[in-house]
Design a protein around this ligand. Sequence first.
Ligand SMILES: NC(=O)c1ccc[n+]([C@@H]2O[C@H](COP(=O)([O-])OP(=O)(O)OC[C@H]3O[C@@H](n4cnc5c(N)ncnc54)[C@H](OP(=O)(O)O)[C@@H]3O)[C@@H](O)[C@H]2O)c1
Length: 433
Amino acid sequence: MKAPLRVGIAGLGVVGGGTVKLLAHARDLLRQRVGREIVVTAVSARDRAKARGLGCEDVPWVEDAADLATRNDVDVVAELIGGEDVARRVIEAAISQGKHVVTANKSLLSKHGTALARAAEERGVALAFEAAVAGGIPIIKALREGLVANRVTRVQGILNGTCNYILTQMEASGRSFHDVLAEAQVLGYAEADPTLDVGGFDTAHKLALLTSLAFGTEVDLEGVTTEGIERITPLDIVFAREFGYRIKLLGVASATARGVEQRVHPAMVPLDTPLADVSGVFNAIVTQSDYAGKSVFEGRGAGEKPTASAVVSDLVDIARGLRLPAFVRPAAELEEARRSPTDDRVGPFYLRFQVLDKPGVLSIISRGLARGGISIESMIQRGRAPGESVPIVMLTHESREGDLKAALSLIAEEEVIMEPPCMIRIERFQGDK
Ligand SMILES: NC(=O)c1ccc[n+]([C@@H]2O[C@H](COP(=O)([O-])OP(=O)(O)OC[C@H]3O[C@@H](n4cnc5c(N)ncnc54)[C@H](OP(=O)(O)O)[C@@H]3O)[C@@H](O)[C@H]2O)c1
């Protein structure tokens, strides 16, 4: 049998601790399948005194995680700390010492992924990050290996379990975003500072990585148009349902004639398409490619077991000697991302206007939309309350986003419009009805 693969683990929290446990739990299975053992030979975390119950108390402890890179008994450094400063130092040290790197750090990779991939390839080591996107779903492997002969044209995903949980609960209970968020924080499904999740930024980090894998472009986080779910109301969820949609926070990357379009925003998803049924903390991704067509991936996007499963799959690739470029093609050959402006996107939209209930309001709105070249497909006006605020809800035909935004900002200036109009994009899925 080959010599064991020796792993230094930096970070023993949810992902790092889970990885230690899975390597012990699946030890025999992995030995049979891989033909060699994968052993933890050194660990590092912040607090040495913390009781962790991981069964690795006898494994050598390293005070500064970056020093894992200089140990002779470490072949791979698993950076499972998170954040950007220490993590970057740990990964750069590992690469410069010729150690393979496994990480789950989407935030760091979304900003420095191209540079780190280049450095790793120059040094001839792996940079693997299956756990960074969609937890236990092997989407990186799917794009890097399974779909490698395809031209991928679109990736659409529910990539943040916290947002999906909140939207699912809002629909089930009719409660407001803030109510459900507060409950999610108590239950541990949302962070004390939820901005990264509910603001769409975590989804943007993951999408930037998927875009690079799918389209062969440099990781371009700044090219992702990002909106969160904070402004979604129970009313919009109810109207969405009446029109045959469900609201989801989506990350979408498309190859367009003008370049790569990357956007994160709440979207109306048709009820009869796969992403509509993905509920709670689950993640899902739909890819569209020229030979395989539509592929749908669904599973647990976070948590100890799913992320450990992903980290260990990367370790197994390294143990087997598989050395693939981090982003499908060699990092030096990744193309600069040509950004396709979101304003040029053409699609249908859901619009809600809170208006003063008085005669003539509807024609003010329709005139404003018509001036911008926006035509209306259907409309709901419900509940009369003369002199008070009532909703008027519309679906548009295919419209250019920039034109719609311009029309809405003019309409918003009308006296009868009581609050800024709500606009939610309707997402189409190729290959569906
Ligand atoms: N949690 C998930 O479901 C999930 C899913 C996908 C990706 N990720 C990513 O995985 C990474 C780790 O996340 P996590 O949820 O496992 O975080 P976590 O539970 O907070 O664990 C972080 C670990 O890093 C250690 N640490 C902090 N600062 C350190 C330092 N300066 N030097 C050495 N160790 C340090 C902590 O030590 P102490 O234990 O001593 O405090 C802790 O063990 C992040 O990049 C995250 O984005 C997480």
